[in-house]
Design a protein around this ligand. Structure first.
Ligand SMILES: *Cc1c(COP(=O)(O)O)cnc(C)c1O
Length: 453
């Protein structure tokens, strides 16, 4: 029988609801705390930075939330996204396993980030907001948000992590093309940025710093709100469109994954593909493993500590219960910029703690090797971030072959790498240093976490 390579859904078959894992989690996450009082905060505490529509989703407990028509309209320009069987990759590996991937790079932004950018811009517009501030690491989020904001008539100010601003000028230009204002972070525009620059004028920046800057600007103006591309519950909710579609596509393929894999920055693309499958496990006893792969240089899930910490470096967010390396931790300048975040989302953290998710850490050389093998077999040059998911999938296939079994593997190809050519150039030059954060470095980073008394 000929193997199906590409499994498509029609527009009509596209799911009309996002899935909220909070409804089905056996242990609900601990509440966010007010840093000053250590009391749980209510939704109103977030009102200075987010519109109510998104705050409601942040704390929502119902299982399904309808996707608004205006969001669906834009989704339909690129969704349902294709699911592929990686036939050529399987052949190159000589594996008995089946490898599927969901491709989220085929939209205007080149990554899964468009799925939440569109929703966030929409809810802000609905409440009369005029301007949004945000941070971006590798630039994918900023690009996703730029077009979404422009589409809904909102201005966008992007704080772009300095190291990416310098390494990835292409993304900067793309954001400008979509009519956004882009500033390198740390910047002199905010108190948070100036403080970092005073201590280290050469600071490469971090997502944590950029978040502080974007939030600082947002809280100063009632018509400006802040927007985050990962980590938070409402972001993860929007990304579940990926897994909702993948479930239907696997059904069409007449198959079901043994393991679902995603790379890990703050948890949104991994959760997006994995949570609908986790629902099937929790509610319908479908057996499955969920595996997430993070960089060895930023190993919050595999080496970090589960504790209350800030989501940003200046301590402007509520205290969140999560796996963290410390909110002041500045990761090495690896090329998967989207994975350089110190913490993990609250939902993923609780699920990891409860044993529903597995995590592993990998070095960047091995991941680029996997990415190049993938490009040469499947014809898509992956985002450096996605290479971590690919490396995880290759591990699973090789392990299965050693064990003499066939495994059905599904991973999320979170984006393409067309703006990451310089990282691939370094890889081909043999100039991509591996870096692993050691346990004692992790301990040191964690010991530096200072929370207010
Ligand atoms: C931002 C990004 C990631 C990491 O973020 P998550 O929230 O963990 O998904 C991964 N891949 C790509 C292509 C990204 O743009």
């Amino acid at each position: 029988m000929k193997k199906t390579r590409k499994i498509l859904l029609s527009e009509k078959e596209m799911p009309r609801q996002w899935y909220n894992i909070l409804a089905d989690m056996p242990n609900k996450p601990l509440p966010p705390l007010n840093p000053a009082t250590r009391e749980p905060i209510g939704p109103e505490a977030l009102a200075a930075v987010f519109p109510m529509g998104l705050i409601k989703q942040e704390v929502a407990t119902e299982r399904y939330i309808d996707i608004p028509d205006e969001v669906l309209d834009l989704y339909k320009t690129y969704r349902p996204s294709p699911l592929f069987r990686a036939v050529n990759l399987e052949k190159a590996l000589g594996t008995k396993s089946k490898i599927y991937y969901k491709y989220e790079g085929g939209n205007y932004s080149g990554s899964h980030k468009a799925n939440t950018a569109i929703a966030q811009a929409y809810y802000n517009k609905e409440e009369g907001i005029k301007r949004i501030t945000t941070e971006t690491g590798a630039g994918q989020w900023g690009s996703a948000m730029s077009f979404a904001c422009h589409h809904f008539g909102l201005e966008l100010l992007v704080f772009m992590v300095r190291v990416s601003y310098d390494q990835k000028p292409g993304r900067k230009i793309m954001m400008k093309a979509y009519n956004a204002q882009v500033v390198a972070s740390p910047s002199t525009m905010t108190a948070a940025g100036r403080k970092v620059l005073e201590l280290d004028p050469e600071s490469p920046g971090s997502l944590g710093i950029a978040i502080s800057e974007a939030m600082e600007v947002a809280v100063q103006d009632p018509y400006t709100k802040y927007s985050l591309g990962s980590v938070l519950n409402h972001v993860i909710l929007h990304q579940t469109i990926i897994g909702q579609e993948a479930l239907l596509q696997m059904e069409k393929a007449g198959d079901y994954p043994d393991v679902v894999i995603g790379c890990f920055g703050g948890g949104s693309n991994f959760s997006g593909i994995a949570f609908p499958f986790l629902r099937e496990k929790l509610l319908n006893d479908k057996n499955i493993r969920l595996l997430t792969v993070e960089p060895a240089s930023c190993p919050k899930l595999t080496k970090g500590k589960f504790m209350y910490d800030f989501g940003d470096s200046a301590g402007m967010t509520p205290l969140l219960p999560m796996y963290t390396l410390g909110h002041n931790f500045i990761p090495e300048k690896i090329h998967a910029g989207g994975l350089r975040y110190h913490g993990a989302g609250v939902l993923v953290s609780q699920l990891l703690k409860d044993g529903f998710i597995e995590a592993k850490a990998k070095m960047q050389m091995e991941c680029f090797e996997g990415g190049v093998l993938f490009a040469r077999t499947e014809g898509i040059l992956p985002a450096p971030e996605s290479n971590y998911a690919i490396a995880g999938a290759l591990d699973e296939a090789r392990k299965a072959d050693i064990e003499g079994v066939s495994r059905t593997i599904l991973f999320n190809l979170s984006g393409h790498g067309h703006f990451d050519i310089s990282a691939y150039e370094k890889y081909f030059e043999g100039n991509l240093p591996d870096h692993e954060l050691t346990s004692s470095e992790v301990e040191e980073a964690i010991s530096k976490i200072q929370l207010p008394d």
